[in-house]
Design a protein around this ligand. Structure first.
Ligand SMILES: Nc1ncnc2c1ncn2[C@@H]1O[C@H](COP(=O)(O)OP(=O)(O)OP(=O)(O)O)[C@@H](O)[C@H]1O
Length: 252
């Protein structure tokens, strides 16, 4: 079998007494949208931070495109073609949408003119083509999410790790942004999402991993994973899976 695009093997990370990653291993396949879910504090963002070089794992290894990148810097990892987005999008205030996106483009394009042209191209792809001259800090939450996607795209990545790109959006904004994510995949870019919006997990991702208290507790296609008793208990508390099953039986 060919090696997966991203191979995370036995990652461990402890903060004081908190085991944020407990022996986590996962293989992200090329060309698909996959996802990472789990209750608050499960260790999802910490795992993303280690994969993309913002935190160093205590042990374990990370391979991207067949090469060991464990301990490499975020810049080096971005140059290799892997970029993450952040939960809270902070645009550079006082700068236009065009300038904000050009920051991402400068990873590969030295000239200012080239970076601005690239920014315009990706802005159009994410639906910000008519906002290029606007101050980025005046964008709505949904606009900032699009900006975050555009900044990532401008680095010409092979793999994007989206950290809750739909958080804070209302249902109609979510419906607008989901096709933007799908379009990124259709360009041939692989995506790993951290997502709390289950509608998005179910409709976008082909495979999902579930983290709880730093460790993986389930994985598989989303529709199977969400009915897994271990997953229901992790989200809703002990005993809930049994109670739900009993209620369903009573309803039949
Ligand atoms: N820099 C840090 N120092 C100390 N503890 C940390 C640090 N970063 C994360 N943690 C702890 O590690 C655990 C995992 O946190 P993490 O943010 O990765 O969870 P998460 O699954 O992304 O949560 P959420 O869905 O709420 O964003 C939590 O207990 C958190 O308090």
């Amino acid at each position: 079998m060919p090696e997966a695009m991203l191979e995370v093997s036995n990652i461990c990370k402890t903060f004081g007494g908190v085991r944020a990653s407990r022996n986590v291993s996962l293989s992200v396949p090329d060309g698909k949208i996959t996802s990472l879910i789990g209750p608050n504090g499960a260790g999802k963002t910490t795992l993303f931070a280690q994969i993309t070089g913002f935190l160093k794992p205590d042990s374990g290894s990370i391979r991207f495109l067949g090469e060991d990148i464990t301990g490499a810097s975020p810049e080096e990892i971005a140059e290799r073609g892997m970029i993450r987005t952040f939960q809270v999008v902070k645009p550079f205030a006082g700068q236009t949408v065009r300038d904000n996106i050009a920051v991402g483009a400068h990873l590969r394009i030295r000239s200012r003119r080239g970076a601005l042209a690239k920014a315009e191209e990706v802005a159009r792809e994410v639906g910000l083509g008519n906002r290029l001259d606007q101050d980025a800090s005046s964008l709505t939450v949904a606009g900032r999410k699009r900006l975050e996607v555009a900044r990532a795209l401008a680095t010409e990545p092979k793999l994007i790790l989206f950290d809750e790109v739909l958080a804070g959006l209302n249902p109609s904004e979510i419906r607008d942004v989901i096709p933007v994510i799908r379009a990124v995949k259709d360009r041939g870019i692989t995506i790993l999402l951290i997502e709390h919006v289950m509608q998005a997990v179910m409709s976008l991702s082909e495979y999902t991993w579930v983290l709880n208290q730093g460790g993986l507790i389930a994985e598989g296609v989303p529709k199977d994973v969400v009915s897994d008793p271990h997953v229901i208990e992790a989200y809703l508390g002990k005993g809930m899976a049994e109670r739900i099953a009993a209620r369903e039986k009573a309803d039949v």
